[in-house]
Write a protein of this length. Structure first.
Length: 206
């Protein structure tokens, strides 16, 4: 009777400790892992209704214009956690509600596009590829796309148990990027639990 309860409690505690490490102790929100370039005139930060980074990006890139887009569609993106987060965190000022496959931005206009811990909310493969094709369209030829995600791998399984199934594998992301016309120029890990793929139109796939 007590063993299942102990296992569940232990799993929850481990997940909370890992989250504390990732988000509060690792320097994740310092955004030092986001490169500042003198050519960064227009930044686009895209979320799924849970936005903890736009204010930080605005402070970091003071000389750049920041556009914030929210692709959350309650009829398509049905995760309960996102609905709770949207109630707890108000959107960044002037956030625009958009469709992932119809971003209201000109082609070749963005110097840097950031999709931080949100792209995995697009559960349909075709929809996700369509979304990244839009990112490729909007991105300048010398621009960068930052995609930061948990992966469906051993570290995240140990941290989140079956919750790691909500994430995608590295190979799934690489296939998505290739299908959308984007390539990985760099891949980094701030912690064993989070990966950042830096994409461009002319990089070398990993």
């Amino acid at each position: 009777m007590y063993l299942p309860l102990t296992l569940v409690s232990g799993s929850i505690i481990i997940s909370l400790l890992v989250s504390l490490y990732i988000y509060d102790l690792s320097g994740f929100y310092n955004l030092d892992w986001v490169e500042q370039r003198h050519t960064d005139r227009l930044l686009v930060n895209i979320n799924a209704g849970f936005d903890e980074t736009s204010a930080l990006l605005k402070a970091k890139f003071r000389n750049s214009e920041l556009i914030v887009l929210d692709f959350y569609d309650p009829e398509v993106h049905t995760e309960v956690s996102i609905k709770r987060a949207r109630k707890s965190y108000p959107p960044f000022l002037n956030t625009k509600q958009v469709k992932g496959n119809e971003l209201p931005l000109p082609s070749n206009s963005a110097d840097k596009i950031l999709v931080i811990l949100s792209a995995h909310e697009i559960r349909d493969d075709a929809e996700r590829i369509s979304f990244f094709k839009e990112l490729a369209r909007v991105l300048k030829p010398a621009g960068q796309v930052y995609v930061t995600e948990h992966l469906r791998d051993i570290p995240n399984f140990l941290a989140y148990n079956i919750g790691f199934l909500h994430f995608y594998s590295r190979s799934t992301w690489l296939n998505t990027f290739r299908a959308s016309g984007l390539q990985v120029s760099k891949e980094t890990k701030l912690t064993p639990f989070i990966s950042t793929f830096i994409l461009d139109k002319h990089g070398s796939a990993s």
